[in-house]
Design a protein. Structure first.
Length: 95
């Protein structure tokens, strides 16, 4: 089983969540992500992996800021990260 990990750092504390690799579904992408992110995922060669990474990044950022996911994952647009593969700049490591 493939597992993805997300790390959330806040005031010196480290949190870790285990995220199972998810299957990209455009219906979910359209509902929770920005239009830019959805378009990038739709055209991705690795849509399942990119979807999982994007979801994980958004959850981590919203936990870090204290906003939580209830306010909506589309508040932040990380389509740039998908295109450039730069998730690691946020301190996220995927194995």
């Amino acid at each position: 089983m493939v597992r993805k990990y997300k790390v959330n750092r806040n005031f010196g504390c480290v949190g870790c969540d285990v995220q199972k690799k998810a299957e990209y579904k455009q219906k979910i992408s359209k509902r929770f992500f920005t239009k830019n992110e959805d378009t990038v995922l739709l055209n991705s060669c690795n849509a399942d992996e990119d979807f999982t990474r994007l979801w994980t990044l958004k959850e981590s950022v919203l936990k870090f800021t204290g906003e939580g996911i209830s306010g909506g994952l589309s508040r932040y647009d990380f389509s740039d990260c998908i295109c450039k593969g730069s998730f690691e700049k946020f301190g996220l490591k995927f194995t």
